[in-house]
Design a protein around this ligand. Structure first.
Ligand code: ADP
Ligand code: MG
Length: 696
């Protein structure tokens, strides 16, 4: 292994580089700006830009780009050269403070959900100085936010930054009221675990569906799936190992603390977890990780699949969003401490999360809604489409005691509750056993497990931060008005547990019993994207986001519109791809094979050896029946696709997709998959699941 400390962050304009390269005054002034979240002074910006440019050129960069996260969910960049022609014909390398702080990409083709008319198509990007610039593909990348000239937010980063500020302000306010005189800042920390598939690139290229849509639209289940559980944490194959090693090095250079890799439950599936970072940096790093994964895979003759469900019948891929809060002096608010006061803080924060999650169930569900993730949620491999929180028995008992106002020994957990000495150390093994829960408390953080593998983590953290900030805020109001803070806190906790304990569930979330129970408890079950997303504009959600200045009402409406629109577009593309595959490749293949079998039947008839119940004849009949069915279902899908045009708005269109299009696609697939199992392999136009899953 090469010298890790030396390569780590070598392509990042980080604090060390800044402190070494910037004049002292400029460095101090930049820091102050970052800490206070103020706008950057142009003289400081010019000095920073000059230092950045020199550093980048030394590292071989020739271009710079503002790197941002539009609502497509992936990153965007527009490269400009440092080269500036001079009147005398020479060129010099230039990069000004103005270019560092603000960019104006022609952004008319990014989704805005109706926020921006085409006559004012331009948007601007502005540097987020809390996220370091870095070099990628010989370009200096400057992490930025992206807004319209009217000030509307057009990206995923801005709301995330705003929500981090909201929870910071409210948490500091609350902690101070609770007697913490050290606290000046509370940061959101996030560690996203990333799942992905690796398949052989040549095999991948033979699958039109994988190439176009990222998932297989057809494909019969392989004889061997994940039944044997022999892949999970199994030995990593040499080709995959080589990929992982290079991936690590590339990520380290970019300052991403990639930490663990292991095989996942499904064949050809793997996972990467970084060491957690501040939420906006974690979001940047996760986007980079996904991009670099694809690039490195390509170099190794592999294709990296980030789709939530590349293979039907095989576990899909998710992204676990580990979330916590940490103070300026390094205290994790979700880590039970040794001192009674620390435990109180812990329990108050825990109750706040319960309340926030219960109130914002619909929003949390929306942050993991997409056509791709609809295949996972509720499919007994991933959390169901019902939000609940796993706390484990010990903690649940403690909350029970708090609810009843029992201050004293909690016999079963052999511990003591609020106001008294110690809480047990909630080890991961006592809290993490339940893998079926969408949201688990795992010892010192919450793990949100519903996110799809291709998602940006920005939205989910925006929602959690805002929802928890709101609870903190309302609690702080109460404490301010109270005579006795300690008593008021106890009362609040008890009331909160009573009001929101319905969100706690420690059992198996994959069972029908839980679904029934959840309905009894009145929890939301939002099965598909089309069911979930319209809740975004609910009154309570608009109130929440506008109160904390995360989104305006029209920004919420536009985001809702974009999500529904993208759901329909994805399904539309998938349906068209299916149609093309069925008509141009699958049907001709079935026909060729049927002809071969029919010829054999004819031959047997000609020479008079055909007997009653002849197997070739039976096969020929079955092929013909299925072929006719395939033909009819292809026709039906085509008609269904045409019917999409009649929808008046995105809401109608999304319901149509859910109720008509998806079922028509499923019907076509099922007959094609049946045919795949009986048509001779040499005729079948695509590599099958076994070839895709087992040949790396
Ligand atoms: P493992 O699942 O291997 O036991 P952990 O549970 O420690 O590992 O971590 C899983 C993910 O959670 C990692 O990305 C890790 O960095 C992240 N994580 C750990 N602590 C925190 C925290 N306080 N805040 C946010 N993420 C965290
Ligand atoms: Mg995990």
């Amino acid at each position: 292994m090469r010298d890790v400390p030396e390569i780590f962050g070598s392509l990042v304009f980080n604090d060390d580089v800044m402190s070494a390269r910037l004049p002292r005054e400029i460095y101090k002034s930049l820091h102050k700006t970052i800490e206070e979240g103020k706008a950057l002074d142009i003289t400081v910006a010019n000095a920073v830009a000059a230092a950045m440019k020199d550093w980048a050129i030394e590292k071989g960069a020739t271009h710079y780009t503002h790197w941002f996260q539009p609502l497509t969910g992936i990153t965007a960049e527009k490269h400009d050269s440092f080269l500036t022609p001079q009147p005398d014909g020479r060129v010099i390398m230039e990069f000004s403070g103005k270019e560092l702080i603000k960019g104006e990409p022609d952004a008319s083709s990014f989704p805005s959900g109706g926020l921006r008319e085409t006559f004012e198509a331009r948007g601007y990007t502005a540097w987020d100085p809390t996220s370091y610039a870095f070099i990628k593909d010989d370009s200096l990348c400057i992490p930025t936010i992206f807004c319209s000239f009217g000030g509307e937010v057009l990206d995923k980063k801005t709301p995330l930054l705003r929500s981090m500020e909201a929870i910071n302000a409210k948490a500091v306010r609350l902690l101070k009221l609770m007697g913490d005189d050290q606290v000046t800042r509370v940061n959101t920390t996030v560690g996203p675990e990333q799942e992905y598939f690796l398949v052989d690139k040549e095999t991948y290229k033979k699958r039109r569906d994988l190439v176009i849509t990222g998932r297989t639209l057809f494909g019969a289940k392989p004889p061997k799936g994940q039944e044997l559980d022999d892949h999970y944490f199994g030995v990593i194959k040499p080709r995959v190992m080589a990929f992982m090693q290079e991936l690590n090095v590339e990520l380290w250079k970019l300052g991403v603390y990639a930490k663990t890799e292991h095989n996942e439950a499904a064949p050809a599936q793997h996972e990467l977890a970084p060491v957690f970072a501040t939420a906006n940096i974690a979001a940047d790093h996760n986007q980079l990780t996904m991009e670099i994964m694809k690039k490195v895979a390509d170099k190794h003759g592999l294709a990296c699949l980030l789709h939530e469900k590349p293979f039907a019948g095989v576990n899909g891929s998710g992204k676990h969003n580990n979330w916590s809060l940490s103070t300026n002096y390094g205290k994790n608010l979700f880590k039970p401490g040794k001192k009674p006061q620390d435990n109180k803080t812990f329990l108050v924060c825990l109750c706040a999360v319960l309340e926030a999650v219960d109130i914002s169930q619909d929003l949390l569900r929306i942050t993991s809604a997409s056509a791709g993730n609809d295949h996972r949620l509720g499919a007994a491999e991933a959390p169901p489409a019902i939000i609940s929180v796993f706390l484990g028995d010990e903690l649940t008992e403690i909350l029970d005691a708090i609810e009843k106002g029992e201050h004293g020994e909690n016999k079963k957990a052999e511990t003591v509750v609020t106001g008294v000495d110690v809480l047990p150390d909630f080890k991961k093994d006592t809290t993490d056993r339940n893998r079926t829960s969408p949201l688990a408390f795992t010892g010192n953080k919450f793990e949100f497990r519903m996110l799809g593998s291709s998602f940006s983590i920005a939205d989910i953290n925006t929602v959690i931060n805002t929802a928890v900030a709101d609870v903190f805020d309302r609690l702080a109001d109460r404490l301010e008005a109270a005579d006795n803070i300690e008593e008021e806190l106890d009362k609040w906790m008890s009331q909160t547990v009573t009001a929101h304990k319905r969100i706690i569930f420690n059992g198996n979330n994959y069972t029908q019993d839980w679904v029934n129970e959840a309905h009894r408890r009145g929890l939301y079950e939002l099965k598909t994207t089309a069911d979930a997303v319209p809740h975004f504009v609910n009154e309570k959600n608009v109130e929440l986001f506008t109160k904390h200045k995360i989104f305006t009402k029209s920004e919420i409406a536009s985001r809702c519109e974009i999500m529904l629109d993208s759901y329909c577009k994805v399904l539309h593309i998938e349906a068209l791809t299916m149609l093309e595959m069925a008509k141009k490749e699958i049907m001709p293949a079935v026909l060729s094979y049927t002809n071969e079998v029919a010829q054999s039947v004819k031959l047997k008839q000609d020479i008079g050896i055909i007997a009653e119940g002849d197997a070739s004849l039976k096969l020929c009949t079955r092929l013909t029946d299925l072929y006719n069915k395939l033909y009819r279902r292809t026709d039906a899908l085509e008609a269904t696709i045409a019917g999409m045009d009649s929808a008046n708005d995105s809401l109608e269109a999304s319901s149509y997709c859910r109720d008509k299009l998806v079922p028509a696609m499923n019907k076509l697939r099922s007959v094609a998959d049946e045919l795949e199992t009986i048509v001779a392999e040499k005729y079948w136009p695509y590599p099958n699941y076994s070839e895709l899953l087992f040949n790396v």
